[in-house]
Design a protein around this ligand. Structure first.
Ligand code: SF4
Ligand SMILES: [Zn+2]
Length: 379
């Protein structure tokens, strides 16, 4: 196919995905009552691993204005349902945000917790989501609590030298991880299937910026099982993407196994064409292929707000044992937890069988031929 035709197809497929996302977002009923924004959406204490030690980490998800890309008419990533917990752009006062954060902090015992993850269902470094004054407030509280490791998330376009300076000056005693959604190293997968609206060069640029910083680490998220891919294609895509994340200098990589949140394209596809999150065996397969004892590769995809409806699963009685093994792997970085397990119920064979499924249709054509579902959605 010549380039002009390919470009036309990309534009058409993108339009279909964006129209679907837009239609799905119209079904969200936002609760924008100001008093609801005095309480964070999610607080949890889980295990983690840093400096070759198991540690405890607190995860706080604050409710704010919502991701600016998700609020854009073209926007929202296909797997992301965070917008429905936000105010959808309605102002949330500094006092409300501070109250959310302080209430959550009060519930954490920082003698035992060395890592604090503070998420906002969007970009911590975007002034239109978190004003500079509020970021300064958070930094102050992190210093007061003597938190050793602080984790935030941001889209790449908001990570600038100025923002990195702000972090280093404000948090001189803390290591800060900035989580960035690479999702996929493949442009079609990332920008059409996932609708991320980012370029590979932006990730390379951010890798170079962060490499020069001593206290700031790059945490890259790689997504496992974008829509419209077979299980085997999704595994291959995630393996390539983790390799790309390594190439750009990521200090930590998190393999994000797809989960299904309400009001997302994935949720819609789960109902319309039986999209399913990846098998846990697929998660293990990717980790087995990319494991690197010198670099932390976490398994994520569990800590979101609103709480997902479905997670990675073998749809088998072994799920609970395997979730436990994921947790143990995440707190030890010991690959034995995910290597040495066989399920007596035969789900492994079923997974192998699923890997044989081949879709010969070209990727963009899969989306274009799916268009009829859009009309169905509106009818
Ligand atoms: S995944 Fe991140 S960038 Fe994409 S819509 Fe959600 S919060 Fe925004
Ligand atoms: Zn099983």
């Amino acid at each position: 196919m010549n380039n002009a035709n390919e470009d036309k197809k990309i534009a058409l497929a993108k339009q279909i995905i964006q129209n679907l996302n837009k239609a799905i977002k119209e079904h969200i009923i936002f609760d924008t009552e100001p008093s609801k924004f005095d309480q964070s959406g999610y607080l949890n204490i889980r295990e983690g691993y840093i400096d070759k030690k198991s540690i405890k980490r607190a995860i706080i998800i604050l409710r704010g204005l919502g991701c600016e890309w998700a609020r854009n008419t073209q926007g929202c990533c296909s797997m992301c349902g965070h917008l429905s917990a936000s105010s959808n752009g309605n102002p949330v006062s500094f006092d409300s945000l501070a109250e959310q954060f302080d209430r959550a902090l009060e519930q954490c015992e920082f003698n035992n917790i060395s890592m604090l993850c503070t998420y906002n269902g969007g970009s911590f470094l975007n002034d239109n989501e978190f004003p500079k004054a509020f970021r300064a407030y958070i930094y102050k509280r992190v210093n007061e609590k003597k938190i050793k490791r602080f984790v935030i998330e941001s889209r790449v376009e908001y990570i600038t030298n100025e923002k990195l300076d702000e972090i280093e000056v404000s948090l001189p005693e803390t290591i800060v991880e900035i989580g960035v959604g690479i999702e996929s190293s493949n442009d079609i997968v990332r920008n059409v299937l996932i609708n991320k609206n980012t370029e590979r060069n932006q990730y390379i640029h951010i890798g170079n910026l962060i490499k020069k910083r001593v206290q700031i680490k790059l945490l890259s998220y790689v997504f496992l099982k974008p829509p419209f891919l077979t299980e085997q294609e999704a595994i291959n895509d995630a393996i390539d993407s983790v390799r790309f994340a390594k190439e750009i200098g990521s200090d930590i990589i998190s393999l994000e196994a797809a989960s299904i949140q309400e009001h997302t394209l994935l949720d819609y596809l789960a109902h319309s064409i039986n999209y399913k999150p990846p098998w846990i065996w697929s998660v293990f397969e990717v980790i087995n292929q990319v494991y690197d004892s010198d670099r932390i590769i976490r398994i994520g995809g569990f800590e979101f707000y609103p709480i997902p409806l479905h997670y990675t699963s073998n749809s088998c009685q072994c799920d609970e044992e395997l979730y436990h093994r994921i947790s143990m792997y995440n707190q030890t970085n010991n690959i034995d937890y995910i290597k040495n397990f066989t399920c007596a119920s035969g789900c492994y064979k079923l997974w192998k069988k699923e890997l044989e499924n081949v879709n010969k249709e070209e990727l963009l054509d899969r989306i274009i031929s799916f268009k009829s579902h859009l009309e169905k959605f509106h009818s």
